[in-house]
Design a protein around this ligand. Sequence first.
Ligand code: FES
Length: 212
Amino acid sequence: MSSSNASAMPPETGPAEGSVDLERRAAIVSSAVVGCVGLAAGAVPYVASWGPSEREKAAGSAVDVDISGIAPGKMLIAEWRGKPIWILRRTPEMIEELRSDADRLADPLSKRTAYPMPTYALKDPATRSIKPELLVVVGICTHLGCSPSGPFPAGENAQLGADAGFVCPCHGSTFDLAGRVFKNKPAADNLAVPPHRYLTDSTIRIGEDTQA
Ligand code: FES
């Protein structure tokens, strides 16, 4: 199990100079991490990761998360460096929708660099993930750091209209099920993707990857 320096932000997720400060925003939403985030069809479970001690976690060590219990269409929230990490198991229908909503998105190809993306999150712009069925993103709005709600199925949230996705309650930014922000919203950037890798089919390590 690797550990990282609490005072240093890894280049994979640290905002570019002059951009927004995710660490600061994380403090704003830290209370939301400990509790639950609303889900259209019920509460999203907050799942404790295992591996490092509380002190190691506070210092930013990587954390391992068991994803075996996430049913299709459901999401759990883990915690890494005090940030909520959303892990959503997308259904085939959800993935299909992601491949057809580009014209409604502000940055469908994740070209903006305020939140540097791991290269494996850029290979498939529609899913922004290593495995198409599993979304892994930092659940902090890229506008001013609120914690969005969701996921909402298509047609079940007025702010999303016919789209499925997440809604930020602070100023109304909306994101699709790949964490990409819709056009003409206060947030300009897609949700950040944390460094991560799969240890097994049922375990993700957050905070560490094999990217050079
Ligand atoms: S903080 Fe999310 S829209 Fe402003």
